[in-house]
Design a binder for this molecule. Sequence first.
Ligand SMILES: [Zn+2]
Length: 176
Amino acid sequence: MDNCSVCKSTSLSRLEDEVLLSYKNTDIPITIKYSTCDSCHREFISTSQILENDAVARNAKKSHDGLMTAVEIKSAREKIGITQEEASLIFGGGRNAFSKYERSEVSQSLSMDNLIKICLKYPGILKELASQKGVSIKDMSLVSEDNVIPYETFKAANQAKYESHPIDSPEEIIYG
Ligand SMILES: [Zn+2]
């Protein structure tokens, strides 16, 4: 529980402010959190808010660099249908890597980011990596970026008309 470091009051107002984060010659607007003490009116950033602000800044930098944010990593992992431990086994980075990425405690490397994106796009590579580490991938049909149907599934569903009828959207393959 946060309290005022001067008067120890736990009656705090939690506020937000937009600031500019200078990163690689760019000013990125981010929202940071801070508190004011309702008793002595001192303004401060609590330990938990420092951690949250750090995470916000880290995600802003990652976005700027074209890396997946913490939320995007989590959603990629859930799309694949594996636990954080399994993801660390398959992709590397150490036992707690994905737990740290998803809490935005550390940033994944560019090569890690690339590997995850490649695996989302090409389930065959993911399957190969997973089987090397003894991890089973449950439903491969879920594994594809932006819900693009993997080529094999696409072709199988359209065997007769594949050559002559280009498909405009993945929905047509399923419902059409
Ligand atoms: Zn106070």
